[in-house]
Structure formats: structure tokens, C-alpha cells
Design a protein around this ligand. Sequence first.
Ligand code: NAG
Ligand code: NAG
Ligand code: NAG
Ligand code: NAG
Ligand code: NAG
Length: 399
Amino acid sequence: MATKKYINFLLFFLSLSGLTLQSLSWSPEREREYQKWVSWNVENYQKKTLLRAEAVTDLPAVGRKVLDPKLQKAEMNKVRMSVSHDGSGDYMSIKEALDSIPLYNTRRVVLEIKSGVYRYEGIRIPNYKDNISYTFQGSREKILIPRPLHFITFSGDSKDPPTITGNNTASVTGRDGKPLKTFESATVAVNSNYFVAINIRFENTAPHDIGSTGEQAVALRISGNKAAFYNCSFYGTQDTLYDHKGLHYFNNCFIQGSVDFIFGYGTSLYQNCYLNSIAKKKASLTAQKRSNSSLSSGFSFKDSVITGSGQVYLGRAWGDHSRVVFSYTFMDKVVLPQGWSDWGDQKRDSGVYYGEYKCSGPGANWTGRVPWARMLTDIEAKPFMGTYFVDGDTWLLHS
Ligand SMILES: *[C@@H]1O[C@H](CO)[C@@H](O)[C@H](O)[C@H]1NC(C)=O
Ligand SMILES: *[C@@H]1O[C@H](CO)[C@@H](O)[C@H](O)[C@H]1NC(C)=O
Ligand SMILES: *[C@@H]1O[C@H](CO)[C@@H](O)[C@H](O)[C@H]1NC(C)=O
Ligand SMILES: *[C@@H]1O[C@H](CO)[C@@H](O)[C@H](O)[C@H]1NC(C)=O
Ligand SMILES: *[C@@H]1O[C@H](CO)[C@@H](O)[C@H](O)[C@H]1NC(C)=O
């Protein structure tokens, strides 16, 4: 709490100096943004004075972190655009809206996406390393936010969130004649930093048949750093959420899948999330890929719920030092007594970090757990249980 207050104060304080410098050459649009900002600040003046006093006395000198300056600047210069299929918004598709934003954009751009289904069925040419990434085969396109397009927010209505849907799988042939592979199967792929999604439903509707191969079908791949997801849902079967790499925060999200449905190398905190297994037999919820014990990569789930069908491991070791922690999470009987899997490689037993802390429910019964699972102590659990796990002090604005 104190940290949040401190950040608010910092934003306020730093924004003052920033705006003075910029006010020399202003467009009418920016003038309006500025006026809005001023009235907001006037309204909040008293509150801020209080926060300021508390921020100074509340926090120990260490532990104080400065908000990322690039992010600060972007948030001060917010722009909004609306996307609606029915033509009532600024753009009719998410792609058009994204295309209108210049690369190396430095402002927060909020895409207000109206309720409805946004369907992207085409096959993307795998050129994710380039700046220009919107070339697609077929009449429709998938969404890929290229690496230099930072500070994008997708925002939907909490009562009727828009759906972004696709059905590509790893085995679908791309334009180059080769299979897309898991990486390219994503309905929405984000390569840029500071991405935010609020009230959005991400889908990959490709079915998964037991025993078949090449059916990995990603709904969302997040490869950018410092990304946050609030009130979002992710629907898929195998490999739903590719938490590829970077610092990520998920709050109040619903994630559904069958096999390895949260996977990757990300350093991520999942708070108040609902994990729903639709596995038909044995599967794993997570496949985390940390490769070296000195790296910060890992998934932490706090105050979450695990339920659904089939029998699932909490995690299986994709990387030799795979790291996953569940705390204060309700585990339904869908969780296998063993809890964790080394993916058939016993040398990983000593390398992985699989922890549980104060979880509840029939799936949290410790009796059948693999001996290399860790029942964490208070001190061991602590580093995983706050937004500091993802260095949130420097970039999380809404937590
Ligand atoms: C990306 O854009 C930058 C700046 O416009 C340019 O210098 C760079 O060559 C581009 N990269 C590619 C792969 O096109
Ligand atoms: C998130 O969803 C809850 C209902 O579950 C709603 O009350 C809240 O306003 C939503 N948050 C945002 C940012 O829309
Ligand atoms: C994806 O959907 C399209 C039509 O909506 C269908 O033609 C295609 O077979 C589907 N592909 C897969 C892999 O399910
Ligand atoms: C792990 O990372 C450390 C620090 O970067 C490095 O010294 C070490 O060689 C790495 N170990 C392996 C097995 O890659
Ligand atoms: C945990 O599982 C064991 C073995 O199945 C059972 O005997 C025990 O009653 C369970 N404990 C709880 C608290 O449910």
C-alpha cells in the first residue's frame, strides 16, 4: 500500500517538471489532455498532500524504487482510440488501429475495443524480428504487436468483454511452406514492452485430440517486458498462454486449457486467477522453462483457484531449473497427488524449484507429493508473494 502511494506521489511530482518542458509546442489535443490532467490533479490535491507526507515517513529508504522514466512519460501523454466492428469507432479492426500508431511510439495508446468478436484466421508470415509485421496470408490477419510498438493498451467492457479469436495450430502451414510451430500459432502475439490488457477475452479455438501432434494452439503469446493483464480470459486447449519472456503481471484472469496451458520462460505473478483444466486425462497446468538457477524466471500463483477436469500436475519441468510456486491457492481434486512432474528426466528433480505455501482443497494434500516438491516456509514464500516478484514498483500502475 505504502509503495503504491509512493508511486502515485512520484508520478505527480515528476509529471510537473515534465509538463513544464513540453508546454512550449502544444497541439489542441494535447492541450485538452493537459486540462484533463490539471483538473484531475486539482481534485486530488488534498489526497496527494497526505500521500506525500505518508510516503516520506512510511517507507524505509532501501526498497524505494523509481518508476521507469519512459513509462512515466508515456502515461502523461496518453491517447485513446476506439475500435468497433460496426463502424461507430475510430477504427473497424484492431489491426487498423495498430497500423495507425507510429513505430517507436512514446505515448500510452489505449485502444478501447467495443464488445464483439474480432476474428483473425489468416496465417502470419513469420517475420517477427522485423519492424513491419502485419503481412498476412488470407483475407484476415492475426494480431502481432511488433517489438518497437510500446505502450499499447487493449481495453474492453467488463460487462461484455470483446473476444479476439483464432484457430491456428503449430502444424498449420505458413506461407513459407513450413509449419508455423507453437510460437507462430498465437492468435495475439505481443513483442513490445509495456503492454496492458483489461477486460479482453483471448481465444484459440483449435481442438486438441489426445495423441495427435502439432496441435499446440496459443491464444496469447507475451514476449514483451513489463506487461500487465487485468480481468482477462484466455481460452485454448494445448498451450493456451505462452508466457514467453519478461516481467508479467496477471490479475483476476481466467485461464483455460488442457496441456501445459501456461508455459514459457516468463517471470510472472498471477494473482486472483482461475485456472480451469479441460484435460481429458493426465496433463500439466504449467511448463516453466527456467534454464539456470541464477535466473529470475519463474511463475508465482497467489490467491488463485485450480479446478476442472482430468488429472493435472501443477507443473512439469520444461527447463532444468523450472520454477513455479503456488501460495494461498485452492486446489480441487483435479490436481494429482504427486503434484509435480520432472517430465521423465530425474536429473531435474534436484534442479527445479516447485513450491507450495498455505494452499487448500483436496488437491493440496501433501501426502502423495513427490519428495522434491517444497513446502515453503514463511521466509521462503515471501519473495514470491508480492508484486516485487516482478519488480512491480518500477512499472505496475494499477495494482
Ligand atoms: C527498424 O526500424 C529502424 C528505424 O526506422 C531501422 O533502423 C531498422 O533498420 C529497421 N529494422 C528492420 C529489420 O527493418
Ligand atoms: C474487473 O472485473 C470486476 C468484476 O469481476 C469489475 O468489478 C471491475 O470493475 C473490473 N475491472 C476493470 C478495470 O474493469
Ligand atoms: C479454422 O477455422 C476455419 C474456418 O473458420 C476452418 O476452415 C479451419 O479448418 C479451421 N482450422 C483448424 C485448424 O481448426
Ligand atoms: C548460470 O548463470 C551463471 C551466471 O550468469 C553462469 O555463470 C553459469 O555458467 C550458468 N550456468 C549454466 C549451467 O549455464
Ligand atoms: C490426504 O490424503 C491421504 C491419503 O489419500 C488421506 O489419508 C488423508 O486423509 C488426506 N488428508 C486430508 C487432510 O484430506
